[in-house]
Ligand binder design. Structure first.
Ligand SMILES: [Zn+2]
Length: 170
């Protein structure tokens, strides 16, 4: 009977029951909001490819994605596949006060990576031990400006697949 089923728990109750176990390390982390210009970036990331919007007329890569080339004003562009390799250009090690989900993993790192094929393109992300590892899975003492890194792709539970970074020489 329906009443019996409801007594067994609503959908919301079911979620709270599953939450009784250890929480997923990324519960509550923010996920990117996609837009039309950047949609291909996330679609390629979901396939494990790091691609950069590139002007078809002057061949200049650009980021973040936008309709017009800032160098030659062309509106013609394509998505150039990269090797996914780069170097740490800068980093920070956040400490509380932070949003609760981030405070739970602090200290972790946020890095800025310059891409090997397009050094003027710099992406913000996290250096992790593996694609699905926690934000604090790398000892902050291992962070070095200039360290070679490689993109890995992490499927977020509520948002797009996001590039993260691992050290080329852990
Ligand atoms: Zn151009």
């Amino acid at each position: 009977m329906r009443a019996d089923h409801r007594a067994g728990g609503t959908a919301a109750d079911a979620r709270s029951v599953t939450a009784d176990g250890p929480p997923a390390p990324e519960t509550g982390l923010l996920t990117p909001v996609t837009d039309d210009d950047g949609a291909p970036f996330w679609e390629y990331a979901a396939r494990g490819e790091l691609r950069v919007q590139t002007c078809t007329d002057c061949d200049e890569p650009r980021f973040p994605p936008r309709p017009c080339c800032p160098h030659c004003q062309s509106f013609t562009a394509h998505w150039q596949r990269t090797s996914g390799r780069g170097r740490i250009w800068s980093f920070v090690v956040p400490h509380p006060p932070l949003l609760p989900a981030y405070a739970a993993q602090a200290p972790y790192n946020t890095i800025v990576v310059e891409l090997a094929e397009a050094p003027r393109i710099r992406l913000v992300g996290n250096l992790v031990a593996a694609a699905d590892a926690a934000l604090n899975s790398v000892d902050p003492a291992k962070l070095r400006i200039g360290a070679p890194v490689k993109a890995v792709f992490h499927r977020t539970p509520d948002g797009p697949t996001v590039p993260r970074w691992v050290l080329e020489r852990p």
